[in-house]
Design a protein around this ligand. Sequence first.
Ligand code: AKG
Ligand code: FE2
Length: 201
Amino acid sequence: MMDLFSNLEGSNILPEKGEVTYYPEFFNPSLSDIFLQRLKQEIDWKQEPIWMFGRQVMQPRLTALYGNPEVTYGYSGIQMQALPWNEVLLEIKNEIEKVSQTQFTHVLMNYYRNGQDSMGWHRDNEPELGLNPIIGSVSFGTPRNFQFRLYHDKTVKREIHLGHGSFLLMAGETQHYWEHQIPKSKKVHGPRINLTFRRIL
Ligand SMILES: O=C(O)CCC(=O)C(=O)O
Ligand SMILES: [Fe+2]
C-alpha cells in the first residue's frame, strides 16, 4: 500500500549483506526539473578516458567531480581533481545529508546522454572511502535500471528503477558483497544525470 509519506520512507531492497534504501520522490517533480536543467548547464561535464585491459578508452558517459578541493580522488585508474562545490550541488547535498547521517566530502557525477551511455559492473570500494562506505545517489531525468548482483554469486540479482528526483542510499556492507551497474538500453532515449555523494576519509 502506498501512503502519503512514502517519499520519506524507505526499506532495504537487498535481501542480505548490505543496506540499500530507496526514496522514490525525494525531490518533487517540479524541483527536480529545475535541478536537472541547472546541472546540465552549471556543471563542467567532460568525457574522460579510462584504462581498460591495458588500453585507454573513452567512458560511455560524461562525468564531473566536485568537492572539498584539498583532496585528490583516484577512480578507475585516473586521478581527478575536484572542482569546488557550487550553489546547486550544496542545495542537494544539504537535503540528503539530513537523512544520511553523514557529511559528504565529494560528489562524482554521471551524465548519461541516452540509452547507449552506461556504467559497467563495479563496487565503490576504494580504500579512501573507508571500510563501509556511505554513498548517496541522486537521480534526475529519464529513469534507468540500476542492477545489483552478489560479487561471489553473480546469479543473485536485484534491480531497481531509479526515477526522476529519487534518492538511493547505499550503506553497511553493500560495497563488499554487491556489485552494481547501469546497463545500456535500447528503450531509453532521454538523458539522465546521477550524483553519487561520497565521503573521503
Ligand atoms: O548512475 C548511477 O546510478 C550509478 C553511478 C555509480 O554507480 C557510480 O558513480 O559509482
Ligand atoms: Fe557506483
